[in-house]
Design a protein around this ligand. Structure first.
Ligand SMILES: *Cc1c(COP(=O)(O)O)cnc(C)c1O
Length: 791
């Protein structure tokens, strides 16, 4: 139970000491900081206890360049079970909890799905009392802030620390030194508590900040050379300054490699130090007490770095060190897109990390010898060498240097085994496994949709579904219950009204909550096919212009997506959709039937408002390209049917909830594999009714791209091949007609209100499999060998 009197007193005390203010004069952010710090204080004892309880058992470590945490306050209150009480305490102080929650900046220390997965895993591990610690970088600037100017994306630095950071504790005493050939840096840990849901366990996310060994050069400063005096400090701090610095130049690439090595080396030093505290130099025990997960290839440099520590510093002999390494590490593959398989120039490694490079060479040499002894051919060996043509192949190093490689959905893992990593699967069949992704039901339902969450608890007479999501399937028995179905529709309506209001304030666009909310929110990428959605909208618009009596359900198309700053074509797609929005929203004959909104700065906190308000979820990637997706699961958990392709986790989702409750369309992966050499989009362009009309808007003057060449580039990408890409590489023209038909089915189905509500209910009822609690338990049992330890 929360001591509300003490909490009030603490908030006031912190406001006095930190800001020299009484509560009536305090700004919202000051109240937010004071409340957050007061809540942090509540966690101290359990945090210490958790560390103690974990210390004599096997622990797992999640190394990730990204943790897309979003906001902390609301989630922590929910997980501590004190949200309602705190809300009341604030009311008594004349503070609206929503205002305080809204002032918090997102911790946007990641790009998208991969980073958000890491965040969901942290929540699930703490909730399941699993000894899991996250290691990453405390970027002072996360993913850029996005706005639109004339429909073009504009990027600004994300200064998420501007109001301070009440949820982190700096631990100077645990600082370690990371050495590069040209400099040494301090890695200063900042610890964030990861508070499990209704458990006392508190796990840790440890993020390292880069600092110079010395604050500034005193002599230079004294001789009034101010810039030079702080130059070293700035260079040092650059390493943790920003998430994914531009790598188009050599300096940019160097910085990225420095980031990777920086946090990985710091993490390994930290956990080796901790190991030695309990087990001395008996490294035979290392794998018995430690499991280290590499989230994608960004932290794969951990493998040679750990070998370096064992061999050079701990004097373990090579064979034994390698055996310990392989058995300690495991690796998650997140993508099959060729361009995302990370490779590093050996020159860069040699210059920055000569000893690590040497170790990679030895690993590679031994590996090649093994392959030779196994009778592998020259060609096969070349295709599997870790160092080939002066590049280090991080994925190869990862598979060879770990005991487990996993994909993130069934389809994705099958593609790895049978296509992309076929040779590797044949070499190490026991190392490959699947761990279908999941999402935390706390943030993605209990917190972001309190109305639906409360209703579920009422229907099931228990809130145990929040930690046992499979229990949702009990909801199926209400599939014929009119009052339940109507209540579901009412809740959806309410969430749409709330979103509509938020969009009005933040985007200055009016939306009609009585229209069908059709939502596509995810990073902007060609394979995710926002362009297919855009063509569908334009086609609908032209059909309406031709036939104003066309009977359609009014729709609001909502997009949210950031494009990587250097990804010209993705930025072109944003501009194109904004132009479409401009055309349609300003056409009075149409604007009460369709509306298009591209919301700005899509991020976790915005996502929490969008997922619950969706009528239909757009998951329309080219089959075989989306490894899993997790946004698809967030919609499902909020009772939203999917219009989507057979891709990633969509396959498993419709297996659970029934194809009849979703709208699956488009070419399957097997078909695309077969036709990819001969596919000619022109055939579709010429023959599919209405297609030419929408594609040609890219070049016929319908829209203006401000002479950037963006639209012509998009047009050419669809119809003209080049040496480095095929025309319509992502089969947009091929799938267009089926997509349009699927959308017409959505329109028809939506008219039957109870029938629609039933689809929503079935999706909700069968979302249980997609809890990250299930995923993390699979990692714990089948990869890490760790067990729950409740304090
Ligand atoms: C869930 C999530 C993603 C991942 O979405 P996908 O549709 O799976 O690509 C990306 N960004 C944010 C902010 C998210 O919450």
């Amino acid at each position: 139970m929360l001591n509300t009197r003490e909490l009030k007193a603490n908030i006031k005390r912190i406001l006095r000491t930190d800001y020299i203010k009484t509560i009536d004069k305090a700004k919202d952010y000051e109240k937010y900081n004071a409340l957050s710090k007061a809540i942090m204080e509540l966690t101290i004892d359990n945090w210490d206890k958790t560390i103690e309880v974990y210390s004599n058992s096997k622990q797992a470590y999640y190394l990730s360049a990204e943790f897309l945490m979003g906001r902390a306050l609301g989630n922590n209150l929910l997980n501590l079970g004190i949200y309602e009480e705190v809300k009341e305490v604030l009311e008594e102080l004349n503070i609206d909890i929503n205002d305080i929650e809204e002032i918090e900046e997102d911790a946007g220390l990641g790009n998208g799905g991969l980073g958000r997965l890491a965040a969901c895993f942290m929540d699930s591990a703490a909730t399941k009392n699993l000894p899991l610690t996250g290691y990453g970088i405390r970027y002072s600037h996360g993913l850029f802030k996005q706005s639109f100017k004339n429909g073009f994306q504009v990027e600004k630095a994300d200064n998420w620390l501007k109001y301070g950071d009440p949820w982190s504790v700096r631990r100077d005493e645990d600082t370690v030194i990371v050495e590069f050939a040209d400099c040494s840096l301090k890695a200063v840990p900042y610890d964030m508590p990861v508070i499990g849901y209704k458990t006392s366990n508190i796990n840790k996310l440890r993020l390292f900040k880069a600092e110079p060994l010395e604050d500034f050069d005193f002599e230079l400063f004294n001789s009034q050379e101010y810039n030079r005096a702080v130059e070293k400090k700035n260079r040092a701090e650059d390493v943790s300054r920003v998430l994914y610095p531009n790598e188009s130049t050599a300096e940019g690439k160097t910085l990225r490699l420095k980031q990777q090595y920086f946090f990985v080396s710091a993490a390994l030093q930290d956990l080796v130090r901790n190991f030695k505290k309990y087990h001395g130099n008996n490294f035979d025990l290392f794998k018995k007490y430690n499991a280290i997960q590499l989230n994608d290839t960004h932290p794969v440099i951990a493998i040679p770095e750990f070998m370096r520590i064992l061999i050079d510093e701990e004097k373990v002999e090579w064979k034994k060190a390698w055996e310990i390494t392989v058995n300690t590490f495991s690796y998650t593959n997140h993508t099959i897109l060729r361009e995302a398989l990370e490779e590093w120039d050996i020159e860069l490694y040699k210059k920055l990390l000569p000893r690590v490079y040497e170790i990679i060479k030895i690993i590679d040499g031994r590996f090649i010898r093994e392959l030779g002894e196994e009778g592998y051919s020259y060609n096969k060996i070349n295709s599997m060498k870790i160092i080939y043509k002066n590049k280090i192949h991080m994925a190869w190093l990862a598979i060879h240097g770990t005991h487990a490689t996993n994909g993130v959905a069934k389809l994705h893992t099958d593609i790895l085994k049978n296509q992309e990593l076929k040779d590797w699967y044949e070499l190490y069949p026991d190392r490959f496994l699947n761990k279908t992704n999941g999402i935390t039901p706390r943030r993605w339902l209990a917190l972001c949709n309190k109305e639906l969450s409360g209703f579920i608890t009422e229907l099931l007479s228990s809130d145990s579904w929040i930690t046992d999501l499979k229990a949702l399937k009990e909801l199926e028995k209400f599939a014929g219950d009119k009052s339940v179905l109507n209540k579901l529709l009412d809740i959806k309506q309410l969430k749409k009204q709330q979103l509509s209001e938020y969009i009005r304030i933040n985007e200055g666009v009016e939306t009609n909550p009585n229209s069908l909310f059709d939502i596509q929110i995810k990073r902007l990428h060609e394979y995710k096919r926002q362009l297919l959605n855009a063509f569908g909208i334009l086609d609908l618009y032209f059909r309406l212009k031709e036939n104003p009596d066309l009977d359609i359900i009014p729709r609001t198309f909502i997009f949210g997506a950031k494009a990587a700053p250097g990804y010209f074509r993705a930025k072109g797609i944003i501009k194109f959709i904004n132009e479409i929005a401009n055309l349609i929203n300003n056409d009075e004959s149409i604007s009460n039937k369709i509306k298009v909104v591209f919301i700005q700065n899509y991020r976790v906190s915005y996502a929490e408002k969008l997922f619950p308000a969706a009528d239909i979820s757009e998951q329309i990637s080219t089959a075989g390209k989306e490894a899993s997706g997790t946004g698809n699961m967030k919609f499902m958990l909020n009772g939203t049917p999917t219009i989507g392709t057979y891709d990633g986790a969509n396959v498993e989702m419709v297996q659970e909830a029934g194809e009849e409750n979703n709208f699956i369309f488009g070419a399957r992966m097997e078909e695309l594999e077969k036709i990819k050499e001969t596919y000619d989009p022109i055939e579709y362009y010429d023959s599919v009714k209405g297609l030419k009309r929408v594609v040609n808007t890219l070049i016929d003057g319908t829209f203006d791209d401000g002479d950037t060449g963006m639209f012509e580039d998009l047009y050419n990408s669809l119809l003209e091949g080049a040496s480095w890409h095929r025309p319509d590489n992502y089969f947009i023209l091929k799938d267009f007609d089926e997509y349009r038909k699927a959308q017409d089915k959505v329109d028809k189905a939506y008219r039957d209100r109870l029938g629609w509500a039933r689809k929503c209910l079935m999706n909700l009822a069968y979302a249980g499999k997609f809890s990250s609690d299930r995923t993390i338990m699979e990692y714990a049992k089948e990869i890490w060998g760790i067990e729950a330890k409740k304090i």
